[in-house]
Write a protein that binds this ligand. Sequence first.
Ligand code: ATP
Ligand code: MG
Length: 456
Amino acid sequence: MGNARIHPILKEVAGIFNRAGKQVFLVGGAVRDIVRGKKAHDWDLATDARPEEVIALFKKVIPTGIKHGTVTILYKGNSLEVTTFRTESDYRDGRRPGRVEYAAAIEEDLSRRDFTMNAMALELPGGRLADPFGGAEDIKRGIIRCVGRAEERFDEDGLRPLRALRFAAQLGFTLDGAILEAIPGALGTTAKVSPERVRDELDKILTSPKPSAAFLPMEKTGLLALLLPDLAACRGVEQKGYHRFDVLDHSLLACDYAAAHGFPLHVILAALLHDIGKPRTRDLKEGVWTFHNHERESARLARNILTSFRYPNAVTGATVHLIEEHMFFYEDAWTDAAVRRFIIRVGEENLHDLYALRRCDTYGTAGVAPSPTLLLPLMRRVEAALAQSRAFSLKDLAVSGKDLMAIGVTPGPGMGTILNELLETVVDDPALNRKEALLEIAANYARTHGLTGPPA
Ligand code: ATP
Ligand code: MG
């Protein structure tokens, strides 16, 4: 490995270790990237120096994982994770090693790592490659292979099967047969892994160039039924004539389309989960499958799934909303008021994502790229509506709660009801969005519904 590829900052840091008589290596994903001829992203280092020795060598060091021998050096605006050579044994919770022991040499440290391509180290500053398990050769052949026997390695840590499939989707590599054979026997161990760790791998799968490259082997090995049972249940659920695929293949195609186009995570999640309510809502009517209200059931299941994986509320909320709204069918016959109602229901800020989801969904029906003019008629009507009227939410109304109080409406839920009533009115007829007109309507409504307090 040529020294030229080693970043100057890494050489400087290595100098500090070396002058103290310590070795330091670049390890993990950065080495994998360099061997693949790509730019390394984050820098993980391994050293024979103990954490307290590393702390003494550098001005700014954060003890990020000192129990596992890891500290983070902040050096000239870079952050480097440094872990003392170690071996691991006594795995307890299906993931974290129960005991950490320091190792004397890099080779021993590399032998605890998961895959051959992740078990290489570049000595700093010189750039000698330590590759005891043939990782560079496997990268050249595009193969993901375990260090040692897959069954044993998966037994130690149930996250590894998912990491293997994640790397397959990220790198477009083939999985060694031994990995696929070992996963079913390790499902019990994977079941013990924390939801947050599983979610982090799922996110990496979903934002890879082709998520189905992980989801299909997940299905074959039983991981999909374990982690996403409602999605696994979509296999074999046939649909109406215009769909070429069952619900699972349809969902995976939609998801691949979203990922390949770099859509945001909540759109990718919505593409994957938008139809998971179909197995539970389907009904055979006169020889044709129907899925009445499946969007509501899909939204409910998606909320449960995303909550159980501890997704941030914002991601869950955005995903569920898109799923709930994915069944719109625009026709030219829609009135202007219907277009305005559509905008209000979806939310102006979400329209773009909902259009994106529809493109994914359309791609998933036949596996053919949707026409660039798909949705164009609706988009034009929406733009016209937005240009014509600004009354799409309560804050756009020409009157406020204060104005209503001035005419004697008491603050509280009743006032909310009146404001929503006014918005409805304005959506039907934007010309009414004037203060005098709305106050008159409000006063009438308040009187007939007994929402007026004693005169102010
Ligand atoms: P990326 O950062 O792109 O997700 P990575 O390979 O750097 O990929 P990390 O999770 O950052 O992955 O881990 C760094 C290195 O630590 C890995 O390359 C691997 O050598 C080792 N490693 C990480 N997780 C495990 C694990 N569960 N079992 C064994 N080794 C692991
Ligand atoms: Mg990394």
